[in-house]
Design a protein around this ligand. Sequence first.
Ligand SMILES: O=C(O)COP(=O)(O)O
Ligand SMILES: [Mg+2]
Length: 223
Amino acid sequence: MIRLVVLDVDGTLTDRERRISTDAIINIRRAVNSGVLISFVSGNALPVMFGLKTFIGTNAPVFGENGGIVLINDTIKTFFSKEKCDKFLDEISKTTSARPMFTNIWRQTSSAFTMDEKDYEFISKEAEKRDLYIVNSKFTWHVMNKGQDKAYAVNFLKKFYNYDYNEILVMGDSDNDLSMFDLPVKKAAPANASENIKVKSEYVSEFAYGTQVGDVFKYFGII
Ligand SMILES: O=C(O)COP(=O)(O)O
Ligand SMILES: [Mg+2]
């Protein structure tokens, strides 16, 4: 039985313009009312997750920065440092198209940026040399510390609630969700998810951009 659902946000609950699906909100509330725990785990900054949790009314800790920071019982915990990420981004923005995102003012464990695809190889290699990595959510590029990923967040929640992996369902759409799709949890994807997510999913909905939440929850017996 699914006791905890871990939801990616951008592209999983929202459309390409980051507008959240009202269907998703209605079905998330149905799941909360049925006693299932709902957590958001996003590349976005923690204040955005706090807003979603507050205004949708969910009932579990929420993670920002791809698992680097969590809001749990009104307390913020950080698991990584942004120092190396910021220093790296500052360096590469001098010689490439990489440009920091304004949301970095709210970030404590990583850095977000935009760049032209032509610089991907160079920037990715330079990050590796510094024990960092870059990952794309289809909405933003992120400079992350090694080991900082959404699987880290799922494993934190698994331990916190003392659940088995088969009691946890994850839902995501793109590369920065892959690490949690590599865990032995239940996995589902919207129709708009990338192929590398779909092939790892137990269930791929015909619906997209948040309108799949009810369909997925019915498939797993959550609502
Ligand atoms: O990259 C972001 O800021 C958000 O992306 P995600 O919610 O799909 O993880
Ligand atoms: Mg996403």
